[in-house]
Design a protein around this ligand. Structure first.
Ligand code: HEC
Length: 152
């Protein structure tokens, strides 16, 4: 009987002394994993576009298909309020995402559209793929400039 109130008191004090419970929010690791997957597939085509890898239509198409599907994942669960870099450690998600959510959603929409266009042409030849890769890369950059903190 006497243990219960003690445990309850401990739980309370732990809760009160941890400043940022959301540091462990699984949404942060999940969205960072999503971007790692995007970058990995983007890198395959980027390497071909820059001549560091020989163009391979099948590999390019596979990477573009992956990008297309990755950008269809609903983003709702990945960006809970309170997981910005002002509030918690371990993220580069700027508070501007939540302050100007319309802009963030629009920039994610641009990524989705560019991924769809790239999927249409990635297997058609190096020049076609290269143009699509360039357009896609601009959508990554635009959002990072607006909504991602500098690497520390
Ligand atoms: C709509 C906005 C947006 C778009 C579009 C976007 N990113 Fe990001 N990206 C972010 C934000 C915000 C973070 C920081 C996430 C965090 O740390 O919680 C991030 C993080 C990353 C990271 C670091 C992941 C890690 O390990 O922590 C990589 C790599 C990355 N993005 C690559 C890309 C690539 C490649 C593209 C385009 C194909 C892209 N991003 C498009 C917003 C975006």
């Amino acid at each position: 009987m006497t243990f219960r109130p003690i445990l309850a008191a401990c739980a309370l004090s732990i809760g009160l002394t941890l400043p940022a419970i959301a540091d462990d929010d699984p949404a942060i690791a999940a969205r960072q994993g999503q971007f790692k997957l995007l970058a990995l597939n983007f890198g395959v085509m980027g390497g071909m576009a820059q001549g560091r890898m020989e163009y391979d239509a099948e590999a390019a198409q596979t990477a573009a298909d992956n990008l297309y599907h990755l950008t269809r994942v609903d983003q709702m669960v990945l960006w809970p309020e309170g997981t910005d870099s002002d509030s918690v450690d371990g993220t580069r998600a700027n508070i501007s995402i939540w302050e100007d959510l319309d802009d963030f959603v629009e920039k994610f929409g641009a990524l989705q559209m560019a991924a769809e266009s790239l999927q249409d042409v990635a297997g058609d030849g190096l020049d076609e793929m290269r143009a699509g890769v360039g357009a896609l890369g601009q959508t990554c950059q635009a959002c990072h400039e607006a909504h991602r903190d500098e690497a520390s």
